[in-house]
Design a protein around this ligand. Sequence first.
Ligand code: AMP
Ligand code: ZN
Length: 471
Amino acid sequence: MQLYNSLTRKKETFTTVEPNRVKMYTCGPTVYHYAHIGNLRTYIMEDVLDKYLRYLGYDVLRVMNITDVGHLTSDGDTGDDKMLKGAKREHKTVMEIAEFYTDAFFADCEKLHIKRPEVVEPATDCIADFIHVIEKLIETGYAYEAGGNIYFDTSKLEQYYVFHDFKEEDLAVGVREGVEEDGNKHNKADFVLWFTKSKFDDQELKWDSPWGIGYPGWHIECSCISMKYCGETLDLHCGGIDNVFPHHTNEIAQSEAYLGHSWCKHWFHVLHLNTNAGKMSKSSGEFLTVSLLERKGYAPMAYRFFCLQSHYRKSLVFSYENLDNAAQAYQKLVGRIHALLAVQDAVDEAQKETYLAKFREAMDNDLNTAQAVTVLYDVLKADITAATKLACIAEMDRVLDLGLIEAAKCLAEAADESPDIPAEVLELVEARKVARQAKDFAQADVIRAQIQEMGWEIRETRQGTVIEKKS
Ligand code: AMP
Ligand code: ZN
């Protein structure tokens, strides 16, 4: 498989340290609020990569942290602690906030068919590991104490800015807009490993350490959790593009200084989902969550489909118009697959292999999901048996995980119960069900009106929804 590596800025043949085994690390969410659909774009694309590697026969160990301490609102070790902000906002403790939003994150993941990694580790469960690594960094001269905090000394490295896309003068934390300079740092790029002189007097989560009571910096969490479960080498490290600097740059600095050798070969970064107004945000503009989309009548699979229709290395603009197009295309796709279910014929193995080879070609080309979706349409258009089409789609959907066959079977069940009702009406009935489940009754009423326009009436009874031809 050819996969773009942000470290070398090239598409490379993906290789692993151990044959057929992938050790993969994913930066997890900061659990101070719901994930927005931008965050979830990153997790959807990482999920497809994970599933495609498994499809290719790799045994994948995927590790994810949960950031429940240490992530400040600015990446330059300044600003407020995000978790503390969340706790204050909701008049709860930090741990209550962390538990609630961790659960909410995995509930969203489930709706979007994002598989739970084999290891999910909250940072607050690994404090002793962080302290151990920081102690060694101090011993070996890579870290120093100043003003009560422990800093990583970036001047000790031959090369700190390893992601070549960036120029040092653009990135040095001290010169970035809105970031106040920390006078304790020996070099502008140095970063905090352990805070003891916290500027947050009310910091709830603090632990004893050889340097006094305090808490870890965000970057050290990912280095330690990755090394704890994946050992001294990592095959693949993932995150959103904003993680490249300083987070991943700092992870590499710490991990390689600690280990004394190179650490992770392949870096996979997903470009952002933006709105027409620019950056997606949890604090300004409409806070776009999966639940909000559901309340508006969009099935989570429509959003997954929207993401897969574009390449992960292109930024993607979210608009309701774009999502409407994806939702309609998804429903049509399910409708076409539904029509195949009624046909009784046999699979042509050779034809199946031809189309699956095209699918693999798309995915092998830097995880080109947009091209893979095109292959899916080619299968539906092809002059091959219905059984061959279904077999191809089932196999591709092990990776794309759009729930296509299941959704088509749901339509088929509804059609079995009411054979005279057109598929378009049944699809609208399904969409109305989603809106009602999400308690968006206004959207459910809009859909009911569409159904009526098509000459059908729906009634809710104790036995369920009854669909009748309008008299
Ligand atoms: P956070 O919860 O802020 O730690 O972010 C979780 C993940 O979402 C990280 O991998 C970020 O890089 C990623 N991310 C943040 N904003 C966006 C966005 N607008 N589009 C895609 N990914 C994002
Ligand atoms: Zn991380």
